[in-house]
Design a binder for this molecule. Structure first.
Ligand code: CTP
Length: 411
């Protein structure tokens, strides 16, 4: 039976978030917020303004995120070391200012730079989210509303404050959104900004092992690197990826939704066919063994027990079955590894298996194929177009391929 291995997945997995705290009583909620973001897989660095440190101690935040908090330009005045705000700004996939006071929002609008957090915000190239927290009159004030509008027009994501009892004793809108709601909001936000958000993708990767006896198998030298790189690229573009992996020694890429580990072609076939009707894109990157031994010994063969000949029987052609049951909204890609130039053979496979595209790599090209970190591919499409890519790392090829198919599917 295929084993479903747990994977740390979700839209925040592996995301780097610079969490900025400013001087509001809501800063006490930022401790829970940091925990909630971490629980969902994000990596956090904390920057606090002086005001924030009056409401919650840097030690609390540092302990929760297990690294020092940044609150000053200088880290150690005696040693002359300073906090590299540019490096912090470039590190993050997102800066989240929570709580964001009226003062910080105004400073952001005017590009003021009188504390470390403001400097990080000015040097950042990543998107910024703010979770305002203030009294209801301050929140409703025309200056605050106008500042929020300016920030939104500049692309800052504003997380609406909640309504309820405020620290002043008044009741109204202005309390910082609850940590769980902020985390959920960010999950949706990270997915919404991505071009393949909501698309479901099924990828096969690696070899299959077809047992001969208790310890031996028929297999091949596929490392799974190309399929895993594709899984990562699709997930990075927001797709919900299910990765069906043969026996490989590779970690699950961040944000891959589900990984199903299998050994044999028949296990791979079962896992794929149960998912295929529910996905939008299928990519068969696995080097599936076309044959398996007709009989398998559950014990280890010892010298003398080994049969003179091993009968082979055909495995299911998984990709062909996917092509046969493909519906009009589905996009299906196969791979062809050839030992000669292989164009004709790849074209034949594309037709025979009812594919939308096939990726050809040939062992003739140095640096292409199994067990290396690079590849050189040509993509043939159903409409007879072909695109060739230079020899590149498998990660780069994966990005190019995902981009190519994304544009093909949307035109
Ligand atoms: N494939 C599959 N199931 C199989 C065999 C192959 O899904 N049992 C998929 C591979 O993942 C790949 C493509 O089919 O996407 C390769 O096509 P295939 O005709 O099997 O290629 P070869 O095994 O190289 O076949 P041939 O020996 O005919 O060249």
């Amino acid at each position: 039976m295929p084993l479903a291995s747990p994977s740390p997945t979700g839209p925040l997995t592996g995301r780097r978030i610079v969490l900025g705290l400013t001087g509001s009583i809501a800063a006490y909620k930022s401790a829970t917020l940091a925990r909630e973001l971490q629980r969902r897989g994000a990596e956090i660095r904390v920057v606090m303004t002086k005001g924030a440190t009056e409401f919650i101690t840097p030690l609390t935040m540092a302990t929760l995120v297990d690294r020092p908090v940044h609150s000053d330009f200088t880290e150690d005045e005696d040693a002359g070391t300073w906090t590299n705000h540019v490096e912090l700004g470039l590190w993050g996939d997102l800066i989240l200012v929570a709580p964001a006071t009226a003062n910080t929002l105004a400073a952001m609008v005017h590009g003021q730079c009188d504390n470390l957090l403001q400097a990080v915000l000015l040097s950042a190239r990543c998107p910024v989210s703010v979770a305002p927290a203030m009294d209801l009159d301050m929140y409703q004030h025309a200056s605050t509303q106008s500042n929020l509008n300016v920030l939104m027009q500049r692309g800052v994501d504003v997380i609406d404050p909640g309504t309820g009892a405020l620290a002043s004793g008044l009741v109204g809108k202005g309390r910082m959104a609850e940590p769980e709601d902020i985390a959920q909001h960010l999950e949706q936000w990270f997915q919404r900004e991505l071009p393949l958000a909501g698309k479901r993708v099924l990828i096969t990767a690696g070899p299959t092992h077809e047992p001969l006896d208790a310890v031996r198998f028929l297999g091949n030298r596929s490392s799974g690197k190309m399929g895993f790189a594709l899984a990562k690229s699709f997930a990075d573009q927001g797709a919900v990826v299910t990765l069906v992996a043969g026996p490989v020694a590779l970690p699950t890429p961040h944000r891959v939704h589900e990984r199903i580990d299998v050994q044999t072609a028949r296990e791979m076939n079962d896992a794929v066919m149960s998912h295929w009707p529910h996905v939008d894109i299928g990519v068969a990157c696995a080097a599936v063994a076309d044959f398996r031994p007709e009989t398998t010994s559950t014990a280890k063969w010892h010298r003398g027990d080994v049969p003179n000949a091993i009968e082979l029987t055909e495995n299911p052609d998984i990709l062909k079955a996917m092509g046969s049951s493909k519906s009009t909204h589905q996009f299906l890609v196969g791979f062809a590894l050839e030992t000669d130039d292989g164009l004709e053979s790849a074209r034949g496979k594309l037709k025979r298996k009812n594919l939308d595209a096939i990726v050809l790599n040939t062992l003739q090209d140095e640096g292409a194929g199994f067990a290396v970190d690079t590849n050189k591919v040509t993509v043939l499409s159903r409409d007879e177009k072909s695109v060739s890519f230079e020899l590149k790392s498998k990660d780069e090829i994966a990005k190019d391929l995902v981009e190519l198919w994304r544009t093909t599917m949307t035109t």
